[in-house]
Design a protein around this ligand. Sequence first.
Ligand code: HEC
Length: 91
Amino acid sequence: MKKFLLTAVCLSMLGGLFMFGFTAQNLEAGDGKAILETRCTVCHGAGRIERAGHDLDGWKSTVNRMMNKGQFGPKLSDAELQALLDHLVTL
Ligand code: HEC
């Protein structure tokens, strides 16, 4: 009986960890569109971004340039940058 309880506790903890990892990933890094709408429209509209039509390399250098525009330049973590690039190449 004790062994059974221990196994049950372990399994539910594992399940909890899995769920946590899953939702955290979705909320923090996954949404490139939301990152674009909140971080990239401070200085110009989204239209300018949607019309640009860059490929991945073009977006990498453009986003890099934006990130270096002084105090208002967006500060993105690696995960946010990746999510944003994933979204930009679909525009
Ligand atoms: C600090 C203000 C600022 C922020 C924040 C900003 N931009 Fe810009 N952006 C500019 C300025 C100024 C220009 C025009 C000069 C230039 O191209 O560097 C520009 C031009 C652009 C252009 C047109 C030029 C090109 O290379 O195609 C695109 C596309 C663009 N921005 C995308 C973005 C994206 C994506 C983000 C979010 C990561 C972003 N911008 C955030 C200031 C900003």
